[in-house]
Design a protein around this ligand. Structure first.
Ligand SMILES: Cc1ncc(COP(=O)(O)O)c(C=O)c1O
Length: 307
């Protein structure tokens, strides 16, 4: 968690100087976490990744609410208030220099003395809470112009699983999907539900544009309730551009038959998905809606962070 070895952060940035760990700032490489920490041992934790612009965490309330909901599913208490977490984010951002940052908030069940899934005294454990910040790195223009080529991941999503919509620190299935993409020479992987509907990409939600409608899978597809997806569906999102946004079950066939397809996340924004399993989506090149939605979301973030 605090490796500090110049590892690439959520925004692709490097050089994390210090992390906020349980109330204090520590050098990013310092050995501050117990080897017994459940996040390390079992992936027993929940995290959030959010964008900070000009020192303003974008949609902080949504991110913290999602974090608390996820923690509640795993019965992990959050010892810090939203105001304290906001102060922790401010401290991590200030220490790591740029006011434009990618921030990660991680909370795990903590470090029990004993072994086992729920060892004696687990209810009294003090959770470990870490806030990290990296410089925000925007997606390069060449990458935007090229668009994302994805494969369909071999693993399926059980949409009925109680953790399907929780951003747990157990991301090995997402890492595996990304490895499959890498091996196939693709940029990303789309995971399908057990019954073959599109769920989400490895670190983004999916949407398609058909005519003047933009469609994104429902939360019942077992996906993360992405904040960017949420914006897309709100009146200030797609509707402000004259697109009717709705939730809909979509298949890989719908993706390749669409006029455009999109991936969206708080750090990377909107990006065009131009191919799926080697089949071109629409014209096979980024279309106009990907650019318009990206620009509109950026303008909204600028306004939300004071211009
Ligand atoms: C699996 C997955 N889906 C969707 C998203 C998009 O969520 P948000 O828009 O809140 O960043 C993410 C973001 O990291 C993600 O990891």
């Amino acid at each position: 968690m605090t490796s500090g070895r110049g590892a690439s952060g959520p925004g692709g940035g490097t050089g994390e100087a210090a992390a906020w760990v349980d109330g204090r700032l520590v050098a990013a490489g310092a050995p501050v976490l117990s080897v017994g920490d459940r996040g390390f041992q079992l992936g027993d934790g929940v995290f959030e990744t959010l964008r900070v612009r000009r020192g303003v965490p974008i949609e902080l309330a949504l991110h913290l609410a999602r974090l608390r909901e996820g923690l509640a599913v795993l019965a992990i208490p959050m010892p810090w208030s939203d105001a304290e977490l906001a102060a922790a984010i401010a401290a991590a951002v200030a220490t790591n220099a740029p006011a434009d940052a990618a921030v990660r908030v991680t909370a795990t069940r903590g470090a029990p003395a004993g072994r086992g899934l729920l060892p004696a005294g687990w209810r009294d454990l003090r959770p470990t809470v870490v806030v990290q910040a990296w410089p925000h790195v925007r997606v390069p223009d060449e990458a935007l112009a090229r668009g994302i080529r994805a494969i369909v991941a071999s693993g399926r999503r059980d949409a009925a699983h109680p953790l399907a919509t929780v951003k747990t620190t157990s991301r090995a299935d997402h890492v595996h999907a990304k490895l499959e993409a890498e091996r196939a020479g693709a940029d990303d992987a789309i995971t399908l539900t057990i019954d073959g509907h599109v769920a989400e990409a490895t670190t983004a939600n999916v949407a398609i544009v058909v005519g003047r409608r933009v469609l994104t899978p429902p939360l019942a597809a077992g996906i993360l309730a992405g904040t960017t997806r949420d914006w897309l569906l709100r009146p200030e999102g797609a509707a402000a551009l004259g697109l009717a946004a709705a939730e809909a079950w979509i298949t890989p066939g719908d993706v390749v038959a669409a006029d455009e397809a999109l991936l969206c996340s708080s750090i990377a924004g909107f990006q065009a998905l131009v191919a799926l399993d080697g089949e071109p989506v629409g014209s096979g090149a980024p279309g106009p809606w990907a650019g318009s939605l990206r620009a509109a979301r950026e303008a909204w973030i600028r306004a939300a962070s004071g211009g």
